[in-house]
Design a protein around this ligand. Structure first.
Ligand code: NAD
Length: 552
């Protein structure tokens, strides 16, 4: 364990029960490597004073103290020392509260009656290591969200600690810097790119490639982790992966985009391939980008390898229906949720944030079912019309003008205002982190279908669950894309193409099955839909890991 003072770990125990203080002292005193230097305080105030005076590596915290109680205790320690790892020590009666503290950012919790030397030392070690790695490399709000969602599910399902620690970070990450020429020939731009493979247990890995100015290792790792749960939830034989380049693609010409893509494909080619890892489109990329990746990879191999990417043009072995599959899947799931909630879709209103691949298709298919679309948006503006918007007319406008800005048949509103419109169905289909503690209580929909990955924070989840909003979580709601990508990969590896009807029928039945399993689990165990979907996915991965055993 690497700490501020070499092999000595400075532990601050804030606990008022002398019996437990004695127990921790005894457990830690037996360890020589690392050596634990234990200080303790019987009140929160005394603990904060000691935290102020000494460099502490980890805090062991009882939430019930003479001068502070419940989550407040954790929040006060966390705000006093934002970067110090905190492990909650709790009585059996307060496990739920301890789990809440973990959701709020504590690294772990331990039940006092189950405390052993191994569990105590291990928990502190992981807490310290996780904090160090996160601060150094993975730090991003999205990765923290993905880890916290996973930890929440892991606690609810009592996941084996060995597997829990393994799944918290990706198995493989590749960070590349790559140069490409601008159209001005002497100008060379160097950018960062990533490919992350979260878990290789399930088969090849699968996940999109994102071009966006905010892409980071943390963001890509979060997306890769979500892909693992998503693939497992819908029973696809893939682990999760994701890739990205930190660049705003809207500022590139088509030639620049092609040179960038080909160089990125070359940089990641050692770790991708039909049996290894299969990229697909995500934000800022599309079928044209996939065609360039496929061509670059094939040139390097010396023969055509269609199955190296999915989401390709039809003429190169793309699947019928792949382009619209994510939006179509969102709408199949909305239909299932509406049946469950007894909502008549032809009397419903909907709002869609993001008018790219996912958002525009979801809006189109909803409108075809008779849903009245009253608001849509993209990066430039929101458009609102309480009488209903014409989606074909919006699509035509965007095809000509690229963005919604200036669209004449509606009022122009901000993205913040759009999310808060009163409607039956809200589909965030743009970016992560859109529904937060700040705006959650102003969200007015009955059904939230997450087309985007990670649009809702855990704090917002809680507010929405309390308000009774039914959530189709991202790993379920947008699983249609990877499902049809799977069909494309199957077709390419077998050289046998399916009809559009076959694709859509199979997609529908896979998503309906995943919806039913998630809803059953949620109802049976009183979980929210996100936790139920996460557990469906995590459980399958855990079972596969146990079945394969540990190498070597
Ligand atoms: P896209 O690039 O085709 O479209 C993104 C849309 O969001 C564009 O209309 C853009 O203008 C808009 N946007 C960007 N910033 C915005 C902002 N600040 N406010 C409002 N709108 C903004 O991307 P996409 O493929 O449709 O992906 C959207 C989301 O869906 C992402 O979270 C992605 O990870 C997720 N997703 C995509 C797929 C897929 O198959 N494409 C599959 C699963 C999940």
């Amino acid at each position: 364990m690497n700490t501020s003072s070499g092999n000595t770990v400075k532990v601050l125990l804030i606990e008022d029960n002398p019996i437990h203080v004695g127990l921790v002292k005894t457990l830690l005193s037996e360890s020589k490597s690392p050596f634990f230097q234990l200080q303790y305080a019987g009140t929160l105030q005394a603990g904060l004073n000691q935290l102020d005076a000494a460099a502490v590596d980890v805090v062991l915290l009882d939430l019930t103290l003479p001068d502070s109680e419940d989550l407040d205790t954790f929040i006060r320690v966390r705000s006093f020392a934002p970067t110090v790892p905190i492990v909650i020590v709790t009585g059996l009666d307060d496990v739920k509260l301890a789990a809440k503290a973990v959701e709020a950012g504590a690294q772990d919790y331990l039940v006092k009656t189950q405390l052993s030397r191994t569990s105590l030392i291990r928990s502190m070690r992981y807490a310290i290591e996780r904090t160090r790695v996160r601060d150094a490399e993975w730090d991003s709000p999205m990765f923290r969200l993905a880890q916290r969602q996973f930890l929440k599910a892991a606690q609810f399902m009592g996941l084996d600690d060995n597997i829990r620690q393994r799944l918290l970070f990706p198995q493989r990450t590749l960070v590349v810097t790559l140069p490409f020429r601008r159209d001005h020939y002497t100008e060379v731009e160097t950018v960062f790119g990533y490919r992350v493979q979260h878990i290789l247990t399930m088969g090849p890995t699968k996940g999109g490639i994102r071009y966006h100015q905010d892409v980071s290792l943390g963001e890509v790792s979060a997306l890769a982790m979500w892909m693992s749960w998503k693939c497992a939830l819908v029973h696809l034989p893939f682990g999760g992966a994701k890739g990205g380049v930190r660049i705003d693609p809207t500022g590139l010409t088509s030639h620049e985009l092609q040179r960038l893509t080909r160089r990125f494909a070359t940089e990641i080619s050692p770790i991708i391939g039909p049996d290894k890892d299969i990229p697909a489109p995500d934000m800022g990329t599309n079928e044209r980008v996939m065609a360039w990746i496929m061509d670059t990879y094939s040139q390097e191999k010396g023969y055509t390898v269609p199955a190296v990417v999915t989401g390709k043009p039809l003429v190169l072995g793309g699947a019928r229906g792949r382009n619209e599959a994510t939006g179509r899947g969102v709408v199949y799931l909305i239909q299932e949720a509406a049946k469950h909630l007894k909502m008549n879709l032809s009397e419903c209103t909907a709002v869609v944030q993001g008018f790219g691949n996912v958002g525009s298709h979801a809006a189109l298919f909803l409108s075809e079912l008779g849903v009245k679309l009253i608001g849509v948006s993209d990066a430039t503006t929101g458009v609102y019309n309480r009488h209903g918007l014409s989606i074909p007319s919006l699509l035509e406008y965007v095809a000509q003008n690229r963005f919604l800005e200036g669209y004449p048949e509606g009022d122009h509103i901000s993205n913040e205002e759009l999310l808060e419109l009163k409607c039956d169905i809200l589909v965030p289909a743009a970016l992560q982190n859109q529904i937060t503690a700040e705006n959650a209580d102003r969200i007015q929909c009955k059904l939230l279908a997450e087309g985007a990955n990670g649009p809702t924070t855990l704090e917002a989840d809680e507010v929405l669950n309390e308000k009774g909003v039914f959530i189709l979580p991202d790993i379920l709601a947008n699983a249609g894309g990877v499902t049809v990508s799977y069909f494309e990969w199957v077709q390419d590896t077998q050289n046998y193409m399916w009809t559009l009807d076959e694709v859509n029928q199979r997609l529908k039945s896979i998503l309906q099955d995943a919806f039913r399993r998630t809803l059953n689990r949620a109802q049976k165990n009183q979980f929210d839909m996100r936790t139920a979907a996460m557990i469906e996915g995590v459980e399958r991965v855990a079972q596969a890991k146990l079945a394969r055993g540990l190498y070597p």
